[in-house]
Design a protein around this ligand. Sequence first.
Ligand SMILES: Cc1cc2nc3c(=O)[nH]c(=O)nc-3n(C[C@H](O)[C@H](O)[C@H](O)COP(=O)(O)OP(=O)(O)OC[C@H]3O[C@@H](n4cnc5c(N)ncnc54)[C@H](O)[C@@H]3O)c2cc1C
Length: 339
Amino acid sequence: MSDELPTEEYEVVVVGGGPAGQTAALYSTRLGHRTALVDRGGGRGAMQEVHNLIGVREETSGNEFLGVGKEQLEEYGCALHRDVIASCSRTDDERFELCGNDATYRTEHVVLATGFNDVRPEPPLPRTGRGLHYCLHCDAHMFVDESVYVMGYSESAAHVAAIMLNFTDEVDLLTRGDDPAWSDETATMLDDHPIDVIHADVTGVQNGEDGWLKAMEFEDGTVREYRGGFAMYGAEYNNGLARELGCEINDDGTVAVDDHGGTAVDGVYAVGDLTPGHNQVPIALADGAKAGISIHFELRDFPRDPEAIDEAGPVRSEEVPGIPDELLEQAVDFHTYDD
Ligand SMILES: Cc1cc2nc3c(=O)[nH]c(=O)nc-3n(C[C@H](O)[C@H](O)[C@H](O)COP(=O)(O)OP(=O)(O)OC[C@H]3O[C@@H](n4cnc5c(N)ncnc54)[C@H](O)[C@@H]3O)c2cc1C
């Protein structure tokens, strides 16, 4: 079926248009490489409010932030495709072929920025971003001196409950009837801290007029007041393309990378939440930048190395600059500030 689709040729294709993918695409485009960003939309970057990003106001939503990113990418000449990459492979000429619904994308370098999905617990649940949260480093600050819950039955749920004591003295751990999967040592840790472990399932949610969580109702008839809390049910990594390409996958589902986002497969990079490390926008931005710069080192034409000079001769002035014509035009237009 993909034979009938148009084929698009690029030097770099970034899959995933969250903060990590957008930044990789920005660097790759501005450093002079024909670049496409293929994104299906959504993702963790589409959060309600962006925190921890210096210079960006708290009331900015993830979609606003990413929307400006898309405009910037377009202005610099990056091709934006709203598409899903369903499969990918290496071609005989050592390139990569990525199959989308609308086109086939052929490229020399691939950046995987596909992130992960938080596993959502069963309803009833508070509204996401208004009492139901997934990111401790982003949102713990909202709950200083408030009554909070942590939902889950894993080691990490127990540890997040204890960590929340750094912010407030009212922390409940809600297992919702699931058998705790934490170790004896963790059970002792919970006993040694002022955390109430509640096993009764949640049967209802009460919201205040501001839309924020006010309280939760439990199957034993109790009602407990909370301002908000965190669901800790793990992550589903979008690592299918990385697996298809032969990248090394860590036990937790992240893609193994070097300091610049390089994977075990030449020409394939992985960045952002898909890789190990803190899951934060500033870190995703840095990952994207490092991968974009590293790809530039691999792709740039000059200085031509001595072997290539032996083969092709010295660089002639008509061969420079190395930047493709369409990007050159856009760059020149961009710098014509006198409007
Ligand atoms: C509710 C919530 C609030 C948060 N708040 C903050 C905050 O305030 N501050 C902060 O620093 N961090 C916050 N985070 C964390 C932050 O959102 C992530 O760390 C960041 O978005 C990671 O960026 P990323 O580009 O790696 O992945 P994502 O932003 O998840 O982007 C991945 C993109 O890849 C796309 N994709 C996946 N597979 C394919 C495919 N096959 N083809 C095409 N596209 C594909 C997805 O649709 C998505 O658009 C929050 C997270 C959540 C869940």
